[in-house]
Design a protein. Sequence first.
Lengths: 296, 374
Amino acid sequence: MRDSFSKYHPFVNLIYFTLTIGFSMVVNHPFAQLISLLCAVVYVISTQGKKSVGFLLKFCLPLVLLTAFINPAFNHEGKTILLYFSNGNPLTLESILYGFSSGGMIITLLLWFSAFNCVMTSDKFIYLFGKVIPALSLVLSMTLRFVPKFKTQMKNVADAQRCIGRDISSGSLISRTKTAITIMSIMITWSLENAIETADSMKSRGYGLKGRTAFSIYRFEDRDKYVLVWFVFCFLYLLAGVIVSAFGFRYFPDIRYSAFNITIIPFYFIYFGLCITPVVLNTVEDRKWKTIYSKM
Amino acid sequence: MKRILSILICIVLLFSLCACEGNFAQVDLQSNIAIPEDGIINKSVLNQIKDENAIATFTGKSGDYSYEWTVFGSDIAEAKDINLLADITNKDGIKIEFSQEEDFGFPMLLSVYLNEKWDCLSATAYSDNKAIYSVSLTGTKESILNISVNKIVDSCIITPDATQQQATEGKVVSSNKDETKNDSDDVKTDEYLSGSLQSGGRVYSDGSDSEQDKYKTDPIPQGKPRPVEPENQEINNEKTYTCTFSIECSTILNNLEDLDPDKLELVPSNGVILPATTVTFFEGESVFDVLQRVCKENNIHLESSWTPIYNSAYIEGIHNLYEFDCGNLSGWTYRVNGWYPNYGCSRYQLVQGEVVEWRYTCDLGKDVGCDWMG
């Protein structure tokens, strides 16, 4: 599915991710966490495709189980004692459940950030923060840009070295290490050179002179306005929910949570609505595209 | 259109703010309710405390002394009008006259704030020369007497029990019955200086140390047991002895407003988590070994962590009440025969008949009578 949400105004994108990531960190009711996690999974799979499913199963699932196992080893708080460790500390039910919850929170945030990375490209970032914090946003975007650039260049160099018989994937350990060191040395020289070139090219294009403007193709349209109003509404509604502890849940010393009732349930619907917004927008856009396409 | 939308949002927000009482059932704290002049607290007030499962404190003043009643909603079986007025005077000890005539029907905790510091381990309340309440002493600069009042008497007089000095000396004598002891202090001092006293394989300090040992323990005061290293201790399962263990947290009752609200429900209404219990232990066991066993047997939660730099276990929390739960200076301390050892509980080897008290402090030990810490 094409990610049409990323075609919205960068400010709308930024607000969306700030809200989802923020609430995912603050809200610790398992049901709300589940909503956020599911929405993140659906969004990431629908936009990044099959590659992300492997990431989910290979990395995220073990991470949750790992935190659920590790947390009780360091945290012994809780009323329900299941058994005792050899050093005399208790294993408590609450600490296990808390481990699951924090593991879930970590992967939820990981997924949201992976979506954030795809949507908030460096040009959007510069567009949003270029005026407010020019130096920092430039440094940030250059640093972030450097990693993929370095990776591509490294692949090129490794391929070129392979052509002249220096292959890092075969041979004895010593010869492979030697080749790898050669490639590393080439890469370091290249990155230093590259930095000088970048600086020179920026200077020759007049970076830092007065009166320069930045070109951007972003326009704040009506659709951005509507989505923004919806986000602001969700934010206020959920903020009220957090204040009245509609998502209240505590693990220690024993598990307590606010009971579901008619006044609490709307908060969960709104939370779901906020998190699922991009998927809904993408689906609607997809349908529209398909109907137009079939008419042609 | 815009106006309608904004009004709609306001209505929804207001609705959710007003109608939603999504708080989970927690113990609520209602502190510092002033006692009226006639002292009468209405039945309805108590019923409310009971229904909300709250902890309430009522404060009053009598002469130079201020006092505070603490009541737990969970304790109230049947509410009735009660009179909380107390007349406190200083005549051969602290004399308290109650205005209430019949029993409350539920335990109430009375805390009396003295203007002076009592140098004693505990105190007892006497009525007609009979001990009726046991008093737990807290307070940093001025002592606070915490009295759990179950049944009401006309008046009672509180006098301090043995001072720390007396208690310690008494214990040394009783644990060395086979050795001939002289009443004179001079002889005792000489004996300490001439060599280490032995009792149950334990070595006492002669007070001559001037430097910290390798585990950062300051010099042990004269006559107090030297620490032992847990890795060298051999536990002899054939020789059993008994000692007394108790765990209490009455300082929290004096500082309820500092306590983590989630932990309020854990605090017992008289502050006692484990009343003084006689425990059997094997020769060579440390306070920590016995504490672990006692807590396991009594189903009390206990978390500890091994601290290599002090070569001892550190008690992080008992009964889910953790260090730092009641202010930045709070945590667990232990006292043996009235003395707070200046080393960890894994390094204190117990001998027959010792009295071990685990006490929660909210002021780095100062409020429970431990003066060597900071």
